[in-house]
Design a protein around this ligand. Structure first.
Ligand code: UFG
Length: 337
């Protein structure tokens, strides 16, 4: 079975490519290298002993993308490619709408043309907007994301839903990720943001190795037990394994399915800091500052549906993820070269 993976050299994509190769799938990776590095391909080969087919192609370039479909017969596609920085999406909304929507539309057009009938889409818990209650279940209302990035996820979910309705022989899984953290246990692959990290875990890791002085904790007055924001942090290896379980589910021809992928457990910023210190022995000094605009107090998943229907559970806890993130950061203090 051959799987087309767009964005397959990114943080979550590369981890999923490793799982696919380890489980005996053949893999074709398409990545424009906008926010990823070609060295990831070699590292995937070091870890798995296998080399996926690779095309440096922007999925927005329909003609170039079409050529990839000519190279092999795909049984399924996993669509990770996309722009994903929340803050940047506020500054560059058109780039976000254009890139994320056009690449997804091109993908489904080509899948239809070439008869590739199984798709997994990287969606996000951001589609729930500001939650009225937690934990979030898949039937909770979707809409009113707090930024253009989140809106693109909502729009693509709708486009794929409409497409599947019109093409009932297609099977499409929308996977709503909560907060992916951690790294490959080898320390060869992990989250490698450009510039100052926006997300909590890469920022903590840079503080832990002394690259930054202290963590800026955005807000200490939320209505949460310790006043800091609560999220559902899921180890990237667990997330990748969730894609394997979903691929198997698509073999049952379920039509359109939606799953939350998280741990079901909320962790505050200060709990994440303690877990990091405990798991690694490193010190993570912090200062509590004003709230960051667009943040919600609490966001965590109910994962019963994925647990039952996919027979998948997150295996790792936050401390495991902190240990792996630290290992990656120490081995790659300036990111993947
Ligand atoms: N935080 C800090 N300091 C930092 C960074 C983050 O205190 O330097 C806090 C935030 O305020 C929040 C928590 O840590 O309470 C997590 O923040 P992240 O930026 O790591 O993640 P978000 O929950 O804001 O967003 C993430 C992804 C989005 C995705 C969303 C889904 O970045 O792409 O989860 O819920 F849409």
């Amino acid at each position: 079975m051959r799987v087309l993976v767009t964005g397959g050299l990114g943080f979550i994509g590369s981890e999923t490519v490793i799982c696919l190769l380890n489980e005996g799938y053949e893999v074709t990776v398409v990545d424009a290298l906008f926010n990823s590095k070609i060295a990831v391909l070699e590292r995937i080969e070091t870890i798995t002993g296998k080399k996926p087919d690779f095309f440096q192609v922007d999925c927005c370039d329909y003609e170039a993308f079409k050529k990839v479909f000519e190279t092999a017969k795909f049984d399924a596609a996993i669509h990770f490619a996309g722009l994903k920085a929340v803050g940047e999406s506020v500054e560059k909304p058109i780039e976000y709408y254009e890139n994320n929507l056009v690449s997804s539309i091109n993908l489904v057009k080509l899948m239809k043309e070439y008869g590739v009938k199984n798709l997994i889409f990287s969606s996000s818990a951001t589609v729930y907007g500001t939650p009225k209650r937690v934990p979030l279940v898949e039937t909770d209302p979707v809409g009113h994301a707090t930024n253009p990035y989140g809106e693109t996820k909502i729009m693509i979910e709708r486009i794929l839903g409409d497409f599947q309705l019109a093409n009932p022989d297609f099977n499409i899984a929308l996977l709503r990720y909560f907060n992916p953290i951690g790294a490959h246990p080898s320390g060869l692959l992990g989250e490698d943001p450009n510039g100052i990290p926006n997300n909590l875990m890469p920022y903590i890791s840079q503080v832990a190795i002394g690259k930054r002085d202290y963590l800026r904790v955005w807000g200490g007055d939320y209505p949460t037990p310790d006043g800091t924001g609560v999220r559902d942090y899921i180890h990237v290896v667990d997330l990748a394994e969730g894609h394997m379980a979903t691929l198997k589910k698509l073999e049952d021809k379920p039509g359109l399915v939606v799953y939350n992928l998280g741990t079901g457990k909320g962790t505050s910023v200060l709990e994440a800091v303690s877990a990091y210190e405990k798991a690694t022995g490193a010190k993570v000094p912090y200062k509590i500052l004003e709230r960051r605009s667009g943040d919600v107090a609490e966001n965590y998943a109910n994962c019963d549906k994925a647990n039952t229907e996919l027979k998948w559970h997150a295996r790792f806890n936050v401390e495991d993820a902190c240990r792996d993130a630290y290992n990656f950061q120490k081995k790659n203090p300036d990111g993947i070269k």
